[in-house]
Ligand binder design. Structure first.
Ligand code: NDP
Length: 317
């Protein structure tokens, strides 16, 4: 039997709704979870504006506030929360070994992965050149800089819609650039977009290049060159900022060769559970969910992961 002295019972990687709900459940069950929150606590929701579909908040709640509340709740029951990342894992032997960003070695009986997903980028060189200087993936973080200016939001999903609606209250004009002739965003978001006078959708178009200029050490975006994919023609529009909202990719680089991943690089879990291909390692939230990607679903799967981990740990006591 494993000598469990000095071992962490449950190590949780990630601090979005999935990770922190897993921490809350594990802490309440006295499993002393330790959460590696990463360098920013709260995950993707901290870049969201008002969330209107998280149950229990009929007036809506700001993403940062929601995450702060879940964090406080987990902490109140004894979860240990660390502003630190896990940089390497070895799941080939049990107990598992993990290394943090200071190369400290951590031994764990079970691991819950809740590393979420990150914004997808267009893949054109100019988006890198102007990133943080006119190109952003977060309207709530950077929208303030575009008060009274003209911006473009790239994408046709719910994120693009939310970003555009948020920006329409700050910018004088918001273009939505979408590669097809219909939006993927839900009907309610589409309705809001169509009813907002300073939002204009440019259909069937992709960004060919982000154009800007350099003044001293600073760079500025001045325009985007668009390609109409139906007519194969090009058009340039003047904008001061570009917000990329074309979806996310799962944060699984750390687990390549450690866990089975899907073709799209999500962690494979056994349907109806959070069990991964390694007994004792569990995955919850967007890192294993290519379909629903909702905060409430992530939180629910965090609770599942905690219960699955507790069930796994029973054999050690
Ligand atoms: P989605 O994958 O839903 O949408 C991505 C959008 O970007 C699509 O319109 C897609 O086009 C477009 N796109 C993808 N790649 C490119 C590219 N290379 N160039 C140009 N356009 C591209 O991602 P979201 O982040 O919008 O949403 C993810 C999930 O989160 C969804 O399930 C959504 O419902 C949910 N969500 C819910 C919110 C809520 O408040 N309820 C808020 C935000 C997100 P195409 O349509 O042609 O594929």
């Amino acid at each position: 039997m494993t000598n469990i002295n000095n071992l962490k019972q449950i190590v949780i990687i990630g601090s979005g709704p999935a990770g922190l709900t897993a921490a809350l459940y594990s802490a309440r069950a006295d499993y002393n979870p330790i959460v590696y929150e990463g360098l920013v606590s709260g995950g993707q929701l901290t870049t969201a504006t008002v969330i209107e579909n998280y149950p229990g908040f009929p007036e809506g709640i700001h993403g940062t506030e929601l995450m702060q509340k879940i964090r406080e709740q987990a902490s109140k029951f004894g979860a240990e929360l660390l502003f630190s990342t896990i940089d390497k894992v070895d799941f080939s032997k049990h107990p598992f070994t993990l290394w943090d960003d200071k190369n400290n070695e951590i031994k764990a009986l079970s691991v819950i992965i809740a590393t979420g997903a990150s914004p997808r980028m267009l893949g054109i060189p100019s988006e890198k050149e102007y990133f943080g200087q006119g190109v952003s993936t977060c309207a709530t973080c950077d929208g303030y800089f575009y008060k009274g200016k003209v911006v473009a939001v790239i994408g046709g999903g719910d994120t693009a819609a939310m970003e555009a609606i948020y920006l329409s209250n700050l910018a004088s004009k918001v273009y939505i650039i979408h590669r097809r002739d219909e939006l993927r965003a839900c009907a309610c978001s589409q309705k809001k977009i169509l009813n907002t006078p300073n939002i204009e959708v440019i259909w069937d178009s992709v960004v060919d290049e982000i154009i800007g200029e350099t003044k001293g050490f600073a760079k500025y975006v001045t325009a985007i060159k668009l390609k109409n994919v139906k007519t194969n023609t090009y058009n340039t529009i003047n904008v001061d900022g570009v917000f990329i909202a074309i979806g996310h990719h799962p944060n699984t680089e750390l687990f390549v060769n450690q866990l089975e991943l899907t073709e799209e690089k999500y962690i494979k879990t056994i349907p109806g559970t959070t069990k991964t291909s390694v007994d004792g390692v569990f995955a919850c939230g967007d890192v294993q969910d290519p379909v629903y990607k909702q905060a409430v679903v992530a939180a629910g799967s965090g609770a599942m992961a905690a219960l699955d981990a507790q069930n796994f740990l029973e054999k050690f006591y």
